[in-house]
Design a protein around this ligand. Structure first.
Ligand SMILES: C[S@@+](CC[C@H](N)C(=O)[O-])C[C@H]1O[C@@H](n2cnc3c(N)ncnc32)[C@H](O)[C@@H]1O
Length: 312
């Protein structure tokens, strides 16, 4: 089962990359009746369209709304950009093949979304996509890895949705599949990553120190305060850290906004307001115990603000 999954996946990867070098791009500009062919050459990846059923699921996975700015890296015939624009989002397609850009623009006109959907002829490696709130892509594993440092430098909370290909050891936060009955035969899995804030290092507390060790969105560390040392384990979702602390009386739960003026404020918010947004908690949900937490943190923390100290 696993072997056949990997064989199939390797074949699909090979198809996307080999065909990229096998077919030579046409120099002649194509006209209004230009018809792209699946597998035609692209600068770094050939054109294979994402099945529409998966496009819809990718945008659901990225929770795309009218408030978003979506950028599709290697936008092909523009379907992801156009679908995002139909949801009211601003969307930009970056595509190297000028004929595909022109085709996308014609498709956007047909779908009545020219006000929201734009396309530019550019190399994705030389493009600035820092303003996006959601990035979509259907590239290749090695291209994802090449883009990874730039992606990790994006604003915390930026959602990255990739058709079929992963990000090396950076584990995805969620994934979704489109089925055959929904009209998807191949390339039917999408992955989501949420760009984590960089929180690695020591955080100063009045009585001690919180030291966090970060590997992408995963956090381990220790809270040293009030003469106690407590192990911490958790994960980031953008600029929100949720983690368990110690085992009093069950694992405590702390949710903080990295950009909150102080860690303490976030803790107080949690203790006073047990209805802290559970949607941000990693699954399975760890039950919140506000009373226990209040006691736990009252014993550990003083009402002074926290700040992150310079890395040791
Ligand atoms: C596998 S297709 C995906 C198309 C579209 N995103 C979709 O999901 O339907 C990859 C696209 O990337 C484009 N492409 C390849 N290398 C590129 C590069 N360096 N810069 C911009 N676009 C590129 C190809 O022309 C092709 O249209």
């Amino acid at each position: 089962m696993i072997a056949s999954h990997f064989l199939r996946r390797s074949f699909l990867t090979l198809f996307l990359s080999l065909a990229a070098t096998a077919v030579l791009a046409q120099d002649k500009p194509a006209g209004q009746d230009y018809q792209p062919e699946v597998g035609q050459s692209g600068k770094d990846v050939v054109w294979v369209p994402t099945p529409q059923a998966l496009v819809d699921k990718m945008l659901d996975l990225g929770r795309v709304t009218a408030a978003d700015y979506v950028i599709d890296l290697g936008s092909g015939d523009g379907r992801t950009v156009i679908t995002a624009a139909k949801r009211g989002a601003r969307a930009l397609g970056i595509e190297y093949n000028p004929d595909m850009v022109a085709l996308s623009q014609r498709n956007a006109v047909k779908e009545g979304v020219t006000g929201k959907a734009t396309f530019m002829k550019a190399d994705l490696f030389e493009s600035d996509f820092s303003q996006a709130t959601v990035i979509t892509m259907f590239l290749l594993p090695d291209i994802n890895l090449k883009l990874r440092p730039k992606i990790l430098g994006l604003k915390p909370g930026t959602r990255i949705v990739s058709n079929s290909f992963t990000m090396g050891e950076w584990q995805h936060d969620r994934s979704v599949q489109a089925t055959e009955s929904e009209g998807c035969q191949s390339y039917c899995t999408a992955y989501l990553w949420i760009v984590p804030a960089m929180v690695d290092g020591p955080w100063k507390l009045p009585e001690g120190e919180l030291t966090l060790k970060q590997s992408f969105q995963m956090i381990t560390g220790t809270l040293r305060a009030g003469g106690k040392e407590t192990a911490i384990k958790g994960r980031l979702s953008g600029d929100q850290i949720s983690f368990t602390c110690g085992d009093f009386p069950k694992p405590g739960f702390l949710l903080l906004h990295v950009r909150a003026p102080s860690l303490l404020q976030a803790v107080v918010l949690l203790c006073v307001c047990p209805a802290v947004p559970r949607s941000f908690l990693p699954k399975p949900h760890i039950p919140l115990h506000p009373t226990a937490l209040r006691r736990f943190f009252r014993g550990l923390l003083s009402p002074a603000a926290f700040s992150q100290s310079a890395p040791a």
